[in-house]
Design a protein around this ligand. Structure first.
Ligand code: BES
Ligand code: MG
Ligand code: ZN
Length: 511
């Protein structure tokens, strides 16, 4: 985990010794942008010359003179960055992502100049307030300051930049609100970066055993209840879905469970994440081109466990259970065959027509076990489930399917807050027809038409009447919309949506 120190200081920003001092300015119509007196002359000159008016992502990098009598020059560099206009009729929520993107752009400058310490003068944005301004700037900076270099072993002449060591926020006012906001931003970004780290691990570096180890140490740190259902437990419980997927693998499957209890009368939320640590397709093997990306097929599992890290930090008034069914999907000599019939934990029989539709098989067991064991008020599963969702929504929205519009509305709102947009697809009864089997209760594929929805229809068999949302993140778990704070590889999608949902949970809100 990253260990950048966060300091909120009441000292004027320009008196803090730092590698980079940043001022974030709002654009004003036909006017020089308002700013701190310390940078006023610079901003005025740049504005008069037509070089800078604080449009979104516009930047001025300046170097204060270092003279012996200039005791104000504590910053080696000053970055003045534009955030665009605050439109009167715009939804303030839209500005959350402007702040994150600004944070990401700041992190990019830090990387270029190899800054150890960064100081940000917190802008006063009345419609947003200091707490949220600090929260989303922090989130953007930390998310933008992400790199995965664990497996780079050859030392180069110039040492690699390893990221920020200190982040200072400076403000003369509202220090406690800024501290609170920055802490929230930090918690969310750290959790998302942790999920990216897990996803970046290859199939031989992150197996069901690593999922279990992570959940165990998280539980120890935060006092969660930890359970790991080993292969013999899965056999005893009749979890034919995860066992079938695991049949072709040399690594045993595990169902990893982490429980956070706040109080007996609080609502209970169940989160289930697909933990396929590598998806070869099994006997219905995938084409070779791009198959290495299938190490990311555990991003749903990463999202639910990493969200629990923030739960541990923030102890919300809500009980939360996270379940990750974990295995790889391989084609060893015992592998499940197309045509095989298996029986899920809830007794449902399924004809395995395509062994590459494995996500729904492991999720079916995990969902029905979770619903039966914890009787949650709501359940959300998250999975890199179908290539079809990429055809439908591209890389800019995750797909959402539900049996409960109220819960769906809350998740959609949380995704909007988090800059992780989701788009709802219909889940009506017709789609269930496509997965009827001639020889078993259901079959595990429903053909090409509506492939994401027939996958959700399969899952709907395992949640009963419990309010349920299914998130298909196949298009967004990596290659997500390019933004300053989203790296090229895994995005950590879902983590911050869950955190927002949990932070805003009100008891009984689904009733
Ligand atoms: N993990 C894949 C889905 C996937 C594909 C995620 C591309 C990200 C990018 C899933 O297990 C899978 O293989 N799904 C099949 C289902 C099909 C056989 C019905 C698919 O989408 O092709
Ligand atoms: Mg598959
Ligand atoms: Zn898969």
């Amino acid at each position: 985990m990253k260990t950048t120190r966060l300091i909120v200081s009441e000292k004027p920003a320009h008196t803090i010794k730092t590698d980079l001092l940043v001022y974030c300015l709002i654009e004003e119509k036909h006017k020089v942008p308002s700013c701190d007196p310390y940078i006023k002359t610079t901003v005025q000159r740049a504005y008069d010359l037509g070089d800078f008016c604080a449009q979104f992502s516009e930047q001025l990098l300046t170097y204060p003179q270092l003279t012996s009598d200039n005791d104000n020059a504590h910053a080696k560099r000053i970055l003045i960055i534009g955030m665009g206009e605050l439109k009167a009729d715009a939804d303030p929520v839209d500005f959350f992502d402007i702040l994150r993107k600004t944070g990401g752009n700041i992190a990019k400058v830090c990387e270029k100049i190899k800054a150890d310490s960064l100081t940000v003068c917190v802008p006063d944005i009345p419609d947003i307030g200091f707490e949220k301004t600090a929260q989303f700037l922090t989130e953007g900076i930390y998310l933008g300051d992400y790199r995965f270099a664990k497996y780079k072993k050859i030392k180069t002449e110039k040492p690699e930049y390893t990221g920020l060591k200190t982040l200072n926020f400076a403000s003369g006012v509202s220090v406690s609100a800024i501290r609170k906001g920055a802490r929230k931003g930090l918690n969310a970004a750290n959790a998302a970066c942790e999920a990216r780290d897990m996803a970046n691990e290859p199939g031989n570096g992150w197996t069901s055993a690593e999922f279990a180890d992570f959940a165990k140490s998280l539980s120890k740190k935060y006092g969660f209840k930890y359970t790991c259902l080993e292969k013999k437990d899965l056999v005893r419980l009749g979890m034919g879905g995860i066992l079938a997927v695991n049949q072709g693998s040399a690594i045993p499957p595990r169902m990893v469970i982490v429980e956070y209890r706040s109080s007996a009368d609080a609502d209970t939320l169940l989160l289930v994440g697909k933990g396929i640590t590598f998806d070869s397709g099994g006997i219905s093997i995938k084409p070779g081109l791009g198959m290495e990306e299938m190490k990311y097929d555990m991003c749903g599992g990463a999202a639910v466990l990493c969200a629990m890290q923030t739960v541990g930090e923030e102890t919300p008034d809500l009980n939360i259970v996270a379940i990750v069914p974990a295995t790889d999907n391989m084609s060893g000599s015992h592998a499940v065959r197309p045509g095989d019939i298996i029986k899920h934990f809830n007794g449902l029989t399924s004809e395995i027509v395509n062994t590459d539709a494995e996500g729904r098989m492991i999720l079916g067991d995990a969902l029905s076990y979770g619903v039966q064991t914890y009787t949650p008020d709501a359940v959300i599963d998250i999975a890199t489930l179908t290539g079809a969702v990429i055809i439908g929504l591209g890389h800019h929205h995750s797909g959402l399917m539900t049996n409960n519009e109220t819960l769906a509305g809350k998740v959609i709102k949380a995704g909007k807050h988090a800059g992780e947009p989701v788009w709802q697809l219909p889940l009506t009864d017709e789609y269930k027809e496509q997965i009827k089997s001639d020889v078993a209760d259901v079959k595990n594929i429903g053909g090409k038409p509506g492939g994401s929805i027939t996958a959700a229809a399969y899952l709907s068999n395992f949640v009963g009447q419990t309010p349920w949302v299914h998130l298909d993140i196949a298009g967004t778990a990596w290659d997500f919309t390019e933004k300053s704070y989203i790296p090229k590889g895994p995005s950590g999608i879902g983590v911050r949506t869950f955190i927002d949902l949990i932070r805003n949970w009100k008891k009984g809100m689904l009733k």
